[in-house]
Design a protein around this ligand. Sequence first.
Ligand code: SF4
Length: 546
Amino acid sequence: MEKILNVIGNPGTACGTCTPKGCESCGPAPRKNETPAAFSRREFGHAILAASASALLTGCSSQKNAEPADGSAPAAPTPPALSPDLAVVQTSKGPIMTSLDEFYKIGPGPSSSHTMGPMRITYDFFQRVSKVPEDQLQRATALKVHLFGSLSATGKGHGTDRASLAGLLGKAPATCPPEFLDGLAANPDQTYKVTIGPKTLDVSLKDIVFDATKGDFRHPNTMTAKLLAGNESLYELEYYSVGGGFIEWKGYKPPDKGQPKYPFEHAGELKKYLIDDKIPLPQLLLANEMAISGKSEKDIWEFIDQVTEVMVRGVDTGLTVESVLPGPIKLHSKAAGMQRNLKTTAKGAAGRAITQVASYGFAMGEENARGHIIVTAPTAGSAGIIPAVVKSLRDLNTPTQQIRNGFLAAAAIGYLCKHNATLSGAEGGCQAEVGVGSSMGAAMIAQALGASPKVVSNAAESALEHHLGMTCDPVAGYVQVPCIERCAYGAVKAWTAYCIASEEIPEERRVDLDTTIAAMALTAKEMNVKYKETSEGGLAVSVVLC
Ligand code: SF4
């Protein structure tokens, strides 16, 4: 599998062993001082995510365009050079080192890079300026945020400005109520008060500046935040929304991590611990999480409980709100209607159960489209699946600890897919987002309901297997069609996969999880770029909006 995966980032020539700066044999070194070409949102999104995912897969910070064997022109745009200093390009091979709070990120939808990242950035800035000495704060007159590159080019459609304003107003991404974000969007001219130490400042959407779309940026999603005294900058910092809700800033140093107690890179190694050494999956993952993050067991359970509550709250909200979703598609929400009709449906037990689970997936997917608070699982586009699974497990009165264990199992599947393939629609199509989300959901159900490690793995494999090849072709570039309905399907398929895996003889399953993850990686490599979040193929070009 190693061989297959090594060729994904730099098709045809990658060695997968070079330094973060790249090498001459597997790709050109990043070009300093080169101004990125103008990109549309789609090109930007594709380029950034492809570059990031490629770096994650190969350790290379830059890549060549795919060069077809027949010598025809490369299909994809060359991604903009990313600074080799960014931690996001300095990933290396070795045991999985992802921690839960890096994976399950809480913040506003619909885009982890264009909405969640900017809100996390301005909230970080709000906390920093709170520590500026009082005499400096007394002189402050304004807070300003400048959006550059893709954030400026496409931020309006993704609510980058209101998310940035919310963070600047001291609203934490994890706890910001949806009504607050809606209020910011509905009252674009309103001025808000923000108190920082002894000073109260007026802030509005006008303080979020859509600045240059082209320039010599260290990352295409660059923004600066400033505390001003007139024209004088009292404190400022340059930030980067590096994808998936992750953020960095100038001088960023990734947090020190410990070594996992039970290192693994593939499901096969994980299974040895579980089956040969008889270590329960939750115990193993908890020990790794504590070792990597340095957190206590109590902190870890509290974090999972917080994630659970955000998810369930999102589903509950989505089940009660009916609206036309933002954007040009004018898509009417469905979750509330589905839920209402359940009371009188004549669909029978099967129809009722499927409608119930699907409505939960719709509810959270629609909340994401509204720009409300979601949890990446594994991404914003696929954020409806795990909440639907959690909500349906709660319907069964599944004990809290069992649901926590399910979260750990789901994370393990996500980590394996991230480490050995990709979680990015721009790199691997929708199989990498909804497919992985469904696979995580299947593992979560199996673990929470007390299945054996083999059944957990088989359920995850089954769900992923039946998403292989699924393309990413969002209509009009909005995370709505097909994304929301796919969350509903992803949740239902998670249950289907668990039901199949729990009824078969586990040892007789002919396809294992590592094989299917490798197949996803290979499919991602061979998938036409039109189906990788470019909105240049499939539904995106077939659906005519009027
Ligand atoms: S279609 Fe694309 S944007 Fe939508 S959920 Fe799938 S991968 Fe994400």
